[in-house]
Design a protein around this ligand. Structure first.
Ligand code: SDX
Length: 428
């Protein structure tokens, strides 16, 4: 049997053999199917790209039915147990786990790029004290494109590598500055003696002590959360990164757009929305009434459901385990009981089971962030920091992919037919 699809166009009786490769057919192969010689040819109609592969990628593999997530072939649970965020970022970017010398050099490279141009302080002062940190984050990332004009040379691999290092190193500094701005505290400079995540905690929480010492359990827990959030194939924000980058915009402008997509409550803003939901429910006793409202179509169970996972998000399982380690240090987040009851009921309820709605990465992460002292509006920023590695790896892969060109989908036009201009005096 040949790897082809034979299509019969019943409008003309013609048959077409279309090659099947890697589980797909090329949409452009449908354009030959015409009802008449001047016909444009067939397109596919796929709103939200629910059944469309936009690229071929070797970075992340997900099997949504089996709850499998692998970065460059390595299972996420093994990376969460044995790796660090910086090592995982190197894996995602380069395709292989670094050896000791490579990891030391990579860590040093990142450490030396954590400082922000002093003008960023003035830029941040323009935001109101209660500006949402994600608005500050995406604006500041975009503003960095004005500080590094060399980043426009996106065809130069060395230049791309330099921008990748700058962005991975600077997004925690931007996030920390946004947090300190929102609580009226002075900015904290990086401490090169600390790990990537330890320094992030330093820039967030250092007060008058001479040397900030991160709590090792919290430092490790946050690093694991960063590993879990580092990439997730063609999600909404990564698709935005690829689409913007396909116009050859610089990586700062592209990443600002990706962060903007992540900000939405259906995507990276869900971790913040989950905590608002748990606070709105208020007690375990109120969970059944809330579930009933959701089933009646009034709102969604935030932190549940996924376009790809139709089983338990493997990241949610690891985050749930990590929460217990954090709570041993910080004290248990009282909202946890409400979350556990929501999960217990939802996993038994036909409404959620029939729709294959399970906890996703955002359902438990916010409980940890809140217990660690982060305000709710910092949660999407905590997602954006590690996803920066994935966005940049996908951007770099797109630029090196000979199949890719500027992204420009088609449409089905359903508007008015051609009509002549009507003088204002004669309009009804
Ligand atoms: C992330 O893509 C990624 O990989 C994203 C991400 C990543 O790492 O990049 O994994 C991170 O964004 C995780 C998702 C975080 N978002 C949320 O938790 C928000 C709540 N979840 C949803 O809104 C929803 O589940 C989505 C957006 C995640 C997925 O939506 P889909 O695939 O478009 O599904 P849908 O909206 O078409 O829903 C299918 C059905 C509908 O019911 P019916 O119309 O068939 O009656 O399921 C229902 C929906 O109403 N449904 C929900 C629900 N999610 C879907 N009902 C209640 N609560 C929910 N959470």
């Amino acid at each position: 049997m040949a790897d082809t699809l034979t299509i019969t166009d019943n409008r003309t009786g013609k048959q077409y053999d279309v090659p099947i490769a890697e589980g797909t057919i090329r949409a452009m192969d449908l354009r030959q199917i015409k009802a008449s010689p001047d016909d444009f040819g067939l397109m596919t109609y796929d709103p939200a790209f629910q059944n469309t592969a936009s690229c071929r990628s070797s970075i992340t593999f997900i099997d949504g039915d089996k709850g499998i997530l692998e970065y460059r072939g390595y299972p996420i649970d093994q990376l969460a147990e044995h790796s660090t965020y910086l090592e995982t970022a190197a894996l995602i970017l380069n395709g292989e786990l670094p050896n000791t010398a490579e990891l030391d050099a990579w860590s040093r490279e990142i450490t030396l790029h954590t400082m922000l141009h002093e003008n960023i302080k003035k830029f941040m002062e323009g935001f109101q004290y209660d500006a949402h940190p994600m608005g500050i984050f995406l604006s500041t990332v975009g503003a960095l494109s004005t500080i590094y004009p060399d980043a426009k040379d996106i065809t130069n691999a060395e230049t791309r590598r330099l921008q990748i290092s700058r962005l991975i190193a600077k997004v925690p500094s931007i996030a920390a500055y946004a947090f300190r701005h929102s609580i009226g505290r002075p900015y904290v400079y990086p401490d090169n003696d600390l790990s990537f995540t330890g320094n992030f905690l330093n820039m967030l929480f250092k007060m008058t002590e001479l040397k900030y010492r991160p709590h090792p359990v919290l430092e490790r827990a946050l690093d694991v959360l960063f590993i879990l959030h580092a990439d997730h194939e063609q999600n909404c924000s990564t698709s935005a990164m690829r689409s913007i980058g396909s116009s050859q915009a610089d990586p700062y402008a592209s990443l600002a757009g990706a962060a903007a997509a992540l900000y939405g409550p259906l995507h990276g803003g869900a971790n913040e929305a989950v905590l608002h939901m748990l606070k709105e429910i208020g007690s375990v006793a109120n969970v059944p009434a809330f579930i009933a409202r959701v089933k009646g179509g009034d709102g969604r169970l935030m932190g549940f459901g996924h376009r790809v996972y139709k089983s338990y998000d493997p990241r949610a399982r690891i985050i749930k385990q990590t929460a217990d380690l954090v709570f041993d240090v910080t004290g248990r987040n009282p909202l946890t009981d409400i979350a556990l009851e929501l999960e217990r009921i939802a996993l038994e309820d036909e409404y959620f089971v029939s729709r294959k709605l399970y906890p996703n990465v955002d359902f438990y992460s916010g409980l940890i962030y809140q217990a660690m002292g982060f305000p709710l509006d910092m949660f999407p920023v905590l997602f954006a920091i590690p996803r920066t590695a994935g966005w940049l790896a996908q951007w770099d892969e797109m630029l090196r992919d000979a199949d890719q060109k500027i992204a420009r989908p088609r449409q089905i036009y359903i508007g008015a037919a051609r009509r002549d201009y009507v003088p204002r005096a004669t309009r009804g």
